[in-house]
Design a protein around this ligand. Structure first.
Ligand code: NAG
Ligand code: NAG
Ligand code: NAG
Ligand code: NAG
Ligand code: NAG
Ligand code: NAG
Ligand code: NAG
Length: 472
């Protein structure tokens, strides 16, 4: 497919200029007059930002409404106060596809290979009951299990290499099995631990469909990219500038009400400057579409309400740990050697990673829980693991330091999913059917997976062509 970007740079430069002029005419007090755009995008995470940049590149005017004070969603970049070096503890890497490469090139963000969290670092596997070091894999052959998994995914044509949930009808039984049962059926349980460590949540109970969307053929067969400064927030700061900054990106803004018709949409947006009206021909919703999060401001139609009520989610935690005194190049993972999958009972943190910064301790850490826990409980579970590993390895914190949790973030709702019964009954056929109705288009992880790169492909190949066609 031809790149969305490249040929349209000139049109974008023009529309950006126009948008800036519109802003220059705004009244000095309050938020100024009604903002009129071709498209308004709700949510400036990976899907919303990509959509806005793509819309602008095709010469249409766009505004993004973002609740936080920055674009980027689940991106979390940590800056070491002593050296200003950065590392990531939210979104880390991107599959090396042409979609990702074209996007980075369009933004002008320098990108290189992902060489591991600590280049050439290592991982020790510890028995979670007594701290004894164990060989890895503890049980079975991970490579052989992954080969089985990849072969099985390839049975479904391009379902796990193309973006979106465009499922065969009927949905194959295997994809509806809880993943733990699928692993037993195909003798592939040896791969459970690593998937759990990277994605966590209730991986063994989730329908296999969701594991295969995230750990897709693409993630197994392409290389991985990382920003060369090892700080992914730069992607979103660059996009903010490319979009014309504050003229088109409304940060710290809360939507109070949206009214939609087939002719267009009108929003009341509470901004730091006051309440502003925004009018557009089309609306793009790029936040996680949980009913509870949409209902307070969106004029939900009955079918939208019925579908978005069905989403369940998991809770993911992420933070930076320092002050342990453990070697920077070594990560530690806790294993239960009595279980075939090796996964300790939950809610247990599964270990602590290597440092993401040379010469400074900054261990990114992320883990998920099926149940809601408080931030205090999440921090205490992590610290307990840090002390446990220190004890097992006979390492103490340097003088005057102790294990410390920095920048703890709860990424919830994470990994929106529905029950196997709902999938079997055609949930995704109906969900995809919402695209374009009531002047509204949708993108984000609920439509693909939690992979930014896959969300970009969904936006590029599925959502944007339909949106552009509707704008004429
Ligand atoms: C880190 O960045 C800040 C703000 O840009 C600057 O004031 C400070 O001097 C920098 N520190 C180092 C160690 O480079
Ligand atoms: C990404 O893939 C392209 C095309 O295969 C290749 O030329 C490039 O070297 C890869 N980049 C990295 C950093 O691996
Ligand atoms: C990692 O190890 C390889 C091979 O041992 C070496 O070529 C490479 O330079 C190392 N990378 C770093 C960042 O130390
Ligand atoms: C694990 O499986 C791979 C692929 O099937 C095979 O090449 C390798 O020899 C196996 N390793 C062991 C230790 O059995
Ligand atoms: C599963 O794999 C193990 C070795 O990893 C092998 O001994 C066993 O026979 C396999 N079972 C099936 C049903 O393929
Ligand atoms: C740990 O991180 C915090 C927050 O960035 C910092 O203030 C502190 O100095 C760090 N401690 C160590 C031992 O690096
Ligand atoms: C633990 O380390 C201390 C020194 O840091 C040493 O004196 C002690 O013998 C070590 N204990 C074990 C069990 O290795």
């Amino acid at each position: 497919m031809q790149s969305l970007f490249r040929s349209t740079l000139l049109t974008w430069a023009t529309s950006s200029l126009l948008a800036t002029q519109v802003h220059a005419h705004a009244r000095p007090r309050g938020c100024g007059p009604t903002l009129e755009r071709d498209v308004v995008v709700v949510g400036g995470g990976s899907g919303g930002t990509y959509a806005a940049v793509g819309i602008a590149a095709q010469g249409k005017s766009v505004a993004v409404i973002e609740i936080e004070n920055r674009l980027g969603g689940n991106v979390a970049t940590y800056t070491d106060p002593g050296t200003n070096q950065t590392t990531d503890y939210g979104v880390i890497l991107y599959s090396n596809t042409s979609t990702a490469r074209n996007y980075f090139a369009h933004l002008g963000v320098p990108i290189g290979p992902y060489e591991g969290y600590f280049p050439n670092g290592s991982t020790k596997y510890l028995d979670y009951t007594n701290g004894n070091e164990l060989p890895y894999p503890v049980v079975g052959n991970v490579t052989a299990a992954q080969e089985i998994y990849l072969q099985q995914m390839q049975r479904y044509g391009d379902l796990f290499s193309a973006p979106g949930y465009f499922l065969p009808d009927p949905v194959p039984e295997d994809l509806l099995l809880p993943w733990g049962e699928w692993l037993e059926k195909y003798n592939a349980t040896a791969m459970a631990y690593q998937v759990f460590y990277e994605q966590a949540g209730n991986a063994l109970e989730l329908p296999t469909l969701y594991i295969m969307k995230y750990f897709s053929v693409v993630t197994f067969t392409t290389g991985r990219l990382y920003t060369v400064n090892r700080g992914n927030q730069i992607i979103y700061n660059t996009a903010y500038d490319k979009l014309g900054g504050a003229a088109n990106v409304l940060l710290e803004s809360h939507i109070q009400r949206v009214t939609r018709s087939e002719q267009g949409v009108e929003l009341a947006v509470k901004r730091p400057c006051g309440v502003q009206t925004v009018r557009a021909k089309k609306l793009v919703i790029a936040i996680r579409p949980r009913h509870a999060d949409l209902a307070p401001w969106l004029d939900l139609r009955p079918d939208e309400a019925r579908l978005t009520r069905q989403f369940a989610h998991i809770n993911t935690w992420t933070c930076i740990l320092n002050g342990t005194g453990l070697p920077l190049d070594t990560g530690y993972q806790l294993v239960d050697p009595t279980r075939e999958a090796g996964i300790p009972p939950l809610p247990e943190t599964l270990g602590i990673s290597q440092s993401g910064i040379a010469d400074v301790e900054a261990r990114a850490f992320w883990w998920s829980t099926a149940a809601d826990i408080t931030p205090a409980k999440a921090a205490s579970l992590l610290l307990r693991t840090a002390y446990f590993v220190q004890g097992a390895q006979n390492v103490s914190s340097p003088a005057g330091q102790r294990p410390t949790v920095n920048g703890l973030l709860a990424h919830a709702p994470y990994l929106l999913h529905v029950s196997s019964d709902a999938v079997a009954a055609g949930f995704y056929r109906e969900l995809n059917g919402l695209q374009g109705r009531h002047s509204t288009f949708w993108t984000g992880s609920a439509w693909e997976s939690e992979s930014s790169e896959a969300i970009w492909r969904f936006t590029e190949q599925i959502m944007l062509p339909a949106l552009m066609a509707s704008l004429g």
